[in-house]
Design a protein around this ligand. Structure first.
Ligand SMILES: [Zn+2]
Length: 322
């Protein structure tokens, strides 16, 4: 898989490349839903910023950045941990030290959405009065945890969802089962990381069929009982099933409102679920997002959550009838 090949197609790439020619901003916020590859994506941009060429990947700087060993590129947090307020303290203190190798220093903050308000406030002063030759590159999976004062002082770059086709092409080698890969890409959220994770799920097809069946056939409280019993038979199901259902509802809604549905293949299977009004779809999507979030909480009660989710969708179908 060559993440760079996908990233070079983004506007974010064109923007950073242009800025490099005309003068870089002192701080960027890269929004990327792909938590798994966020660090690698930030590395890709770090290379563009620091490499003598265009982030060639071959030169000494690129190779050192790849290993997080380049003196003028400092990554926070150091390992897979969440970013701490101490990390931001270290960043701020270090930003006054001149670059050692090149003409600028780059700070890469991975998972900026995890910064506590105290850390953000600490960083804010540096963003307001950045030391010379310092560039801060933050990467976040969602922007809402960041203070508006932070967001207003950075240039935002967005990694858009990739198409099913782009993901399938990129993962074809590492995920040889074409049919399964197509399904994984279709059920995902337009990120490579999520598609890989779904591909690794041995029960993907069964979960997908069940999610699609629930969406299409659930019309009464009897169905709720039937499906909750089915879901609970496989205790690990609900979280994964919720996120597959979430991507299906999102696509149904996108299609309904004239937007672009990412997953054409997945949509085909639920298209006949025509008894959802737009209101019912919005409700179903919201409730499914909430269920997916709650399922990842460590003390989630699976039985209650599953029934709550099924009833919430059904109730929406009745409330927003045609
Ligand atoms: Zn290079």
């Amino acid at each position: 898989m060559d993440l760079g090949r996908l990233l070079r197609r983004t506007n974010a790439y064109r923007i950073v490349k242009n800025d490099k020619k005309r003068g870089l901003f002192h701080a960027y916020l890269l929004l990327d839903k792909d938590e798994k590859y966020l660090r690698d994506t930030l590395k890709f941009f770090a290379k563009i910023i620091l490499c003598g060429q265009d982030g060639c990947g071959e030169c000494r700087v690129c190779r050192l950045v790849e290993k997080e060993n380049y003196a003028d590129a400092v990554f926070f947090p150091k390992n897979g941990d969440k970013i701490l307020t101490e990390d931001i303290g270290a960043l701020v203190a270090d930003s006054f030290v001149r670059p050692l190798e090149g003409d600028k220093k780059l700070y890469v903050v991975v998972g900026a959405q995890n910064m506590l308000p105290a850390a953000q406030n600490k960083l804010l002063k540096t963003l307001e009065e950045p030391p010379e030759n310092v560039v801060i590159l933050m990467g976040a999976t969602n922007p809402y945890a960041l203070l508006p004062t932070i967001r207003s002082r950075v240039k935002t770059l967005e990694i858009p969802p990739f198409t099913e086709e782009e993901i399938v092409n990129e993962l074809a080698e590492s995920c040889p089962d074409r049919e399964k890969l197509a399904l994984a890409a279709a059920c995902g959220d337009g990120t490579v990381g999520r598609a890989e994770e779904l591909y690794g799920d041995v029960q993907l097809q069964r979960r997908f069929d069940l999610a699609a069946e629930i969406i299409v056939n659930m019309n009464s409280s009897k169905d709720v009982l039937k499906y909750s019993a089915l879901l609970l038979k496989n205790r690990d199901d609900s979280g994964r099933l919720f996120s597959i259902a979430e991507s299906l509802f999102r696509d149904m809604l996108a299609e309904r409102t004239g937007g672009k549905a990412i997953d054409a293949l997945a949509l085909e299977k639920v298209r006949k679920a025509a008894n959802y009004t737009t209101g019912a779809l919005i409700n179903a999507l919201e409730k499914t997002e909430e269920a997916a979030k709650r399922a990842s909480a460590f003390n989630a009660n699976e039985t209650m959550l599953t029934e709550w989710w099924l009833f919430a969708i059904l109730e929406g179908k009745h409330r927003w009838q045609k």
